[in-house]
Design a protein around this ligand. Sequence first.
Ligand code: BMA
Length: 821
Amino acid sequence: MNKYLVLFFLPIVFFGQNLKRSLSSENWKFKQVDTKNWLTATVPGTVHTDLLANYVIPDPFLETNEKNVQWVEKKDWEYKTSFFLSQSEMNFKNIDLQFDGLDTYASVFLNNQLILEANNMFRIWKIPVRKYLLKGENILKVVFKSAVIEEQHIAKKQSVQLPTDERVYSRKAPYQYGWDWGPRLVTAGIWKDVKLHFWNQVTLVNSSYKQVQLDSQKADLEFNTTVFSEKKQVITIKVNDSIAKVELQKGLHKIPIKYRINNPKLWWCNGLGEPNLYAFKISLFDDLQEIESQEMNIGLRTIELIQEQDAIGKSFYFKLNGKPVFMKGANYIPEDSFLPRVADSVSQKRIEDAVAANMNMLRVWGGGVYASDAFYSACDKNGILVWQDFMFACAMYPGGKDFLENVKQEVIDNVTRIENHSSLAVWCGNNEIDEAWHNWGWQKQLKYSKADSTQIWKDYQKVFHELIPNTLDSLYPEKKAIYWPSSPSIGWGRKESLLQGDAHYWGVWWGKEPFEIYEEKVGRFMSEYGFQGMPDMTTFNYFSNGNQLEFDSESIKSHQKHPTGYETIKEYMQRDYIIPKTFENYSYVSQLLQAKGMKVAIEAHRRAKPNCMGTLYWQLNDCWPVTSWSSVDYFGNWKASHYQVKQSFENLLISVGEDKEKYQVYLVNDSLQDILGNLILKTIDFNGKVLFEKTILTEVKANSSQIVYTFSKKDIPKKYRKKSVVQLQFVTKEKKVNTTFYWVKPKDLQLLKPDLKITKIDEVTYEITSNVVAKNVCLSSDEKTHFSHNYFDVLPNEVYTIKVTQPVKTVSVKSLFDTLN
Ligand code: BMA
C-alpha cells in the first residue's frame, strides 16, 4: 500500500470508532426553581453539597445544622449546562445521552425538548438524542421535583396508608429519610456520571459470562455479548484471543463466545486463598479496527447456598469451590449522606478495613443504595464475598403496575451491572420486611381490615416472590443466581428463627438482654446483631465545632439517632464497667463495651460451627459523624470494636465458652487444613505471678470447632477471681495466636496502677511494656495515624510491638485503670 492510500484511509478509521464523552465536567449551574440566581454546581453531585459549596446552607454534618437544612427537601431544583459538539461528533449516526443516576424525579430537557421523565434513583437512563443536537452550543437542563412533595401527592391517591411512611412511593435511597444512625437529608441531583455515547453502525450493549465447567484441569467460560446493529453486516468479536466473526441483521443480538483456561487458579475468599482474577477484554471490530470494548476481571469459583434438613432444622451455609465456608463480616451502609463526594479510594479503604479484620463477606444492606463499581471491584480483588440486598427496607411497598415495571427495570440495570463480579454471592430481596409485617404490629397500629392486609401482603409477594426472582432468572437462566427473599426470613422473637434461614438477633440492644444471651441465641447464619459505640474523640470534636463535649448539648444529642441510644449504652455500661466521669473516658469505655458485646456474639457463633455458619454484625461503617453500631467511624477511625473483631475473626481462634458449672476452651479452625500446636494456658495475678500453667499438645481438625480444655468453676479459687487473668496461647510451627480471659466482669476487677512504657524503635514502630496487667491499653495521637493494635491487654513480662501507618510526634497511652476515678 502506498503512502497516499494510507492517508486516504485514516479518516475512515477515525469515524468508525464509537466514542464516549462525559458531560460531568462541563460548567454546570443550578438554582432553586422559581428563583433567578444561578450558582455553580458539581456533577456528579447533590443539591445539598452544591448549596454548601455556595455558602447557602451550613454544613449539615456539624452541630445541629441538620435541622436548619430541612427546607431543601421541599423545593424543586434545576440544573443546566451547555456543551459544544464538534463536526466530527456530529458526523456520528447515533448519539445517546446516558445518565448513570438521577435522584429522583427528574425532567430532562435538551435544547428545550423534554426528552426524559425519570422516577428511579437506581436506574440507568439512556436516550437517543441525535435528532435534538446541534452543531455548536447545546443546552441540557434537568429539573428535579421535590421527592417528598411528589410522595405526598401519590399517597393522597391511595386508599390505604402503607407503613412506615411516604418514602415507599419513591425508588430512592431509604436512608436519606433518616435512620437510627443517619440524618434526614432527602437530597436530589445528578448523582452519577452523565455522558454522550457516539456510535455508527454497531454498538456493544453489554457483555456477561457464565462458567460452563470448572475443574482442576480447565475452566470453560461462555461470554455472551449483546450487540445492536443498525444494518446487515459482518463484525468480529474478540474475547482476549478468542475470535468470532458473525453476520448480523439489523437489531439486537446476543453472541456467544467460548473461552477455555487451562490449569485454572480458583478465586478464594479472604483467609482461604488468593482471590485470583483473570483479565478479559471483549472487543467489537469491523474490518479495519476496534469499535468498542468492555473489560472485566473474572474470578473462577463456584458458590452454593446449602439448605438441607438436619437434626436442628435446616442448614444455611455457603459452599465456595465445594468447601463449606464460615462467613465472617459485617453489614455495609452507604458511606455518606451525599454519595457523589465519596472517592473510589474511600470505598477501597473500607474494603481494606474489612480484609484487615479477617472478614470474608459484607452485606450491602437494603436501606441504602446498590454500591459503586469501585466497591464491587475492590471486593473481587480482596476476596470479600457480597450478600447483596435489593433496596427495600423496613416498610411495605406498593404493588401497582407502574411501580412493578419501574422495579423490574431497576433490577435489570443493577443485576446487569453487578452480576459479572465474582464477589457476588447472593441476592436478597429486602431488609426485615417479612419480619416486620409478621412481628412489628403494623396491621393493628394502622387498623388494617382483613382485605387491606391481604392486599398489602399480596403486593409484597408480587415484588419479592415473583417479580425479582423471575427477572433474575430471565436475565441469567443458566446461572440461577442464589436468591433469598428477605433478611431475616423469620423474626428474632420466634424460636424458629434459630433453626433455619438467616437471623437478625436484636434481643441485645433493642431487647436490653445481657450480652451473655448471645451464647444461647445462636442461629444458622447470623446476618445482623450489634451494639453501639461512640466514635473517636476527633470525630466528636469535628462535629461539635470545638464546643464543650457534654451529653446534654444539642449537638451531641443530634448525632445520636436512636431514640434511647445513650440511655441504652449507659444501662449496659453499668452492668459491666464502672461509669467513668469524663466524656472522653466515657467514650473510650463505650467502645470497650461495644467491643465486648461483639466478642461475645461472634465467638459464640463461631464456637457453634457447623450448626451456625455465618456471622455478620451490624454495622461496618457510617454515613456521617455519629454515635452508632459501626466499628469504623465516618472518618475511617477504627473503634475498639474493629480491633476486637479482627481478633475474633482470625482463622484460628481460641475462645472460652461458659455455662453454670464450667468454662470450656475452644479452638476454632476456619482453615482447610488440620493444625497441630501447643495450647498453653496460664493464669497470672495482676503482678505477673504465675498461679497455674498447662500445656496441651492439640490437633484441631480443618474447618471445625473443638473443645480442648475444661475448667470447672468450683476449682477456681475465689481469692484469685478478681485479681487474675488467663492467658491462652496456641503455638504452631507457623504462628502464635493468643487471647486473655477474665473470670469476672471488668467492673469487679481489682486492677493495679500500671506503669506503661512506650519505646520508639523507629519512625513507625513502638514497643509497649507494663509492670502489672494493664487492661485495654489505648494508644492515641493528636496527629492522623493508625495503630496496628489497640485496646489490648498488656501483661507484665511481655513486649508488644505496634506499628503506625504515619509517623507521629507523640503517642499517648491510657488503660482502663485510668478511668476508675
Ligand atoms: C437493623 C438494620 C437497620 C437498623 C439496625 C439498628 O435491623 O436493618 O434497620 O439501623 O437494625 O437498629
